[in-house]
Every structure is written in C-alpha cells, then in structure tokens.
Design a protein around this ligand. Sequence first.
Ligand code: ADP
Length: 257
Amino acid sequence: MSKTYYLPQGNEVELFKAAAGMNLPVLIKGPTGCGKTRFVEAMGEELGRDVYTVVCHDDLSAADLVGRHLIDENGTYWQDGPLTKAVRHGGICYLDEIIEARKDTTVVLHSLADYRRVLPIDRTGEVITAHPDFMLVVSYNPGYQNVLKGMKPSTKQRFISLTFNYPKAEIETEVIVKESGVDQKIAQKLVAIAGEIRQLSDSDIQEAVSTRLLIYAGKLIAHGFDPYQACIHSIVESLSDEEDVLAVLEKLISLHF
Ligand code: ADP
C-alpha cells in the first residue's frame, strides 16, 4: 500500500505525535477542504494506528458512535460502533465536523476526553477503559460556531488544539501538482486565483475556495478540459448561486485563463 501523501504546513506533525504520546485528545480547527482529514489519516499511518472516521451530522445518534444491538437468526447480539472499536482495540477515532452533532450525542465523549479515559456503555452496562493506543481527534470549522462552548471545562482543557488554514502558496502549489497531475505553472495559477477569491471576504461567498476545489479544477484540466471551463465547474459554481457573485468570479478566472 502506498503511503498517504501529506505535506506538513507547520509543526502539526510534531504536536500530534506529542499529544498521542501523552494520551491527550486533539482538536483541529480549520475551514473545510484544507487538509484536516488527510492529516489525520497520514498520522494514523505513521503511528501505526487504525483511524475510525465519523463525519458528524445532526442525525448522528450516540448509538452510531458507541454501538447497538442487532438481530440475526441466533437472536440479538451487540455490535461495537466506531468509537467503541477504537476505545477497545486501540486506534484513532476522528470525529469530523463535530459541531454538526447534537450535544446529547457527543456527551459520551466527556469521560473519554478527560483524565478518566473510560467509555461507559449504558445499554450493555459495560465500562471500558480505553486501550493505551486510543486517541480522540475532533475537527470543526470555526467559521460557523464555537465547539468549545458546548464542552465542560474539565474536558475542553484537555485538548491539544491545532489550527489549520489553507496552505501557504508554495505548499498548496505542490499539493495541487501532486494530487491532480497538472504542471507547476497551472498549479501556480490556481493558487493565485484562490488567493484573490480568499480576499473577497464579507462578500456573498459563505466560505472561501478550498484546496480540495483547486485540486478538482486541476484534475479536470489534467483530464483535458479547457482551464477556464474547469475553474467554472469546480471553483465558481461551488461557491455561490448569486448571479452577481458568479459574474465577479467568472471575470476573476478569465483574467488568469
Ligand atoms: P478537510 O478534512 O479539511 O475538509 P481534506 O483533508 O479532505 O480536508 O483535504 C482535501 C484534499 O486536499 C485532500 O484530499 C488532499 O488531496 C488535499 N490536501 C490538502 N492539504 C494537503 C496537504 N497538506 N498534503 C496533502 N494533501 C493535502
């Protein structure tokens, strides 16, 4: 299996390893599509720990994390959820966009994130002490809301926090070349476009263009699409539905391609 490609943006690798070594949970803040998930996957690989990723949403239940009773021809049996698997056998449980989950779902995390490192499972009466290799990692987008507000002080003061942003121009260029297959020159243009769009704050764009969208544009170009069209269908259309905003973005792209 080839190694997961991750180009560090700063000291996040050292911090993550230190947190893992100290059995501390990690909180990653950052806009969508800036490399958080890729980073956690790469760290799991480097530390030799399985990563159990759960993308949170408002319908996520505690049972989706912890587990549930299922029925087959022999009767009912218990099936561990991703969180319980990581707690029991060791591994990284990564809760992406934790802010989307309801509070009554994430309350099970408190005793795992603080000094106790235990997971009580109400439905089976079990209280599992976390495996030494268990690690809790959560991410959220601070643009929307503050995740710390919903946490107990004893829990929130245990997290090692990492703040991610879109990578610096040279790093983002390298990532785009590597992930999409376009040449350096095209990647530089895409990064320049992103730089300009990211300056358009306070406009009707809810969220600036992510590294992920730039990679999509690069992939379409590498596939043979006209660069202008590629940018329209990956970057522009994904960022807004407003006619006037679209017009501004189209103009901006046309100045580069
Ligand atoms: P997030 O979890 O922050 O929403 P992802 O981790 O899914 O974002 O990143 C989106 C894509 O961007 C990844 O699939 C990867 O191709 C690319 N990427 C972003 N940053 C990096 C990086 N530093 N190294 C390697 N790939 C990266």
